[in-house]
Design a protein around this ligand. Structure first.
Ligand code: DX5
Ligand code: ZN
Length: 229
């Protein structure tokens, strides 16, 4: 069976109770998605080093930092040093993204690259052999609670096709607007990792919501069949 994962995004959590919010979803998930925004790459500021440090002490789940910042080469290694096991950055802002990928690997982290809705897969195709994860944004980065962009789905299918043809092993993560009525479309196209903010943290029973989302994703992939992109 394909290994499908939900990664709750704490951007939709109550930051005044962050430890409890993470503890509430942790039993159902391997990974917590941490959106770091600098007010430059995106028109919003979210959180940074002190929060990652506190989260590291509060949970044993993998912290997957999604860096929506203009200077990942400076800050990504610092976040890894604070305990982020996985970092994803938007490579067009960096002069030498392959060097940054190697550096973060050397420091023991898993590494992802992200593409915005306007960016074609070709922007990152030279990096795909070197990463653990490709993040296909299904909203414009910067804010939670936006509507899923169906026009990003063909790019997910293209990435799944690329992965198959190159026998590559990176995960395909989708991020933005993932909910019960959109996850099947992304899963059917080949996504295996689903960031979900509002849909999970907005639910009364977050664990039940994670299970419902996974069930929908599984049904869309035919259980154990690899989706054909
Ligand atoms: C948006 C962030 C997302 C966001 C998703 O820039 O990268 O991770 O938290 O939130 P929802 O699931 O509410 O669209
Ligand atoms: Zn994100």
């Amino acid at each position: 069976m394909r290994d499908l994962r939900i990664a709750p995004s704490i951007l939709a959590a109550d930051f005044a109770r962050l430890g409890e919010e993470v503890a509430d979803v942790a039993p159902a998930v391997p990974t917590i998605h941490v959106d770091v925004m600098d007010g430059h790459y995106v028109p919003n500021i979210s959180l940074g080093h002190p929060v990652v440090k506190s989260l590291r002490a509060a949970t044993d789940r993998v912290l997957d930092c999604h860096l929506m910042i203009t200077d990942p080469a400076t800050y990504a290694p610092q976040l890894v040093a604070l305990g982020a096991e996985s970092v994803t950055f938007h490579p067009e802002v960096d002069d030498d993204p392959l060097a940054l990928i190697h550096r973060l690997h050397d420091e023991g982290a898993e590494v992802g690259v992200a593409i915005k809705p306007a960016h074609p897969l070709s922007l990152v195709s030279e990096l795909l052999d070197h990463v653990d994860l490709l993040l296909v944004m299904t909203v414009e980065p910067g804010f939670g609670g936006q509507s899923f962009r169906h026009d990003a789905v063909p790019k997910v299918a293209e990435a799944a096709r690329w992965r198959r043809e190159h026998d590559a092993g990176f995960r395909i993560q989708v991020d933005g607007g993932i909910a019960l009525d959109t996850i099947e479309e992304a899963a059917a196209a080949g996504a295996d990792t689903f960031v979900a903010g509002s849909s999970v943290f907005g639910a009364q029973d977050r664990v039940a919501m994670v299970h419902d989302l996974l069930a929908r994703a599984r049904s869309a992939t035919g259980g154990d069949r690899e989706a054909v992109g």
